[in-house]
Design a protein around this ligand. Sequence first.
Ligand SMILES: [Ca+2]
Ligand SMILES: [Ca+2]
Length: 216
Amino acid sequence: MALYRDNELSIYRSTFSGNSANGFGGALAVENTTVSIFHSAFVKNIADANEDDYGDGGGLYLEGSTSLTMKNTIIALNKDKSPVDLSHPDISLDATSSVTFNTMGFNFIGDNETVSSAFPMPAFPGGQNLQGDYVGDTAAPLEPVLGTLHNNGGPTNTHVPLRSSIKVTAPWLRWISAALVTQVPLTLLGWLMMPLFSMPLMPVILVPWKKVRSPK
Ligand SMILES: [Ca+2]
Ligand SMILES: [Ca+2]
């Protein structure tokens, strides 16, 4: 399924896969639109399929005064096939657009080219950024591990995140990973620095003890 829209659009639990456009927006192009996308996937779509250097945004192409609210949505593994023109595989903004983003977290952006301010990289590779999104960039695109387009129930075929995908990492495992990354180094640093802080206290403790013992 591929769409062009210029008013208001809500997408809920939908899959856009394998679409292509010779121009802009392989899966979805919107202009002056209020867009909400929840629990959906935009994967393996292509912009500028005819490779004439005219076309961007394999996943989404956003124009005009558009606002995009997004939660728990995968936009990854899309392509911009322009041979020379800048490659904007997943999301592309028109140069004159004024797009506002409202992320509600748990989104998965393969390449944040053109949207790095709305979807900044996380502090640790593979982790969530401060908004709770998983984000890659052109140098290190993030690839979800998905099953093939398949009938997994529901009215249309879908891609199921597989067990090894970041999207399905158990919350307790994410907590342990975060603890290993942040708490273990801090604890080791604390142990190493403990003698530095305890040394000045030793004379204060020992001197009164000696005075008490001295009359004997
Ligand atoms: Ca083209
Ligand atoms: Ca392009």
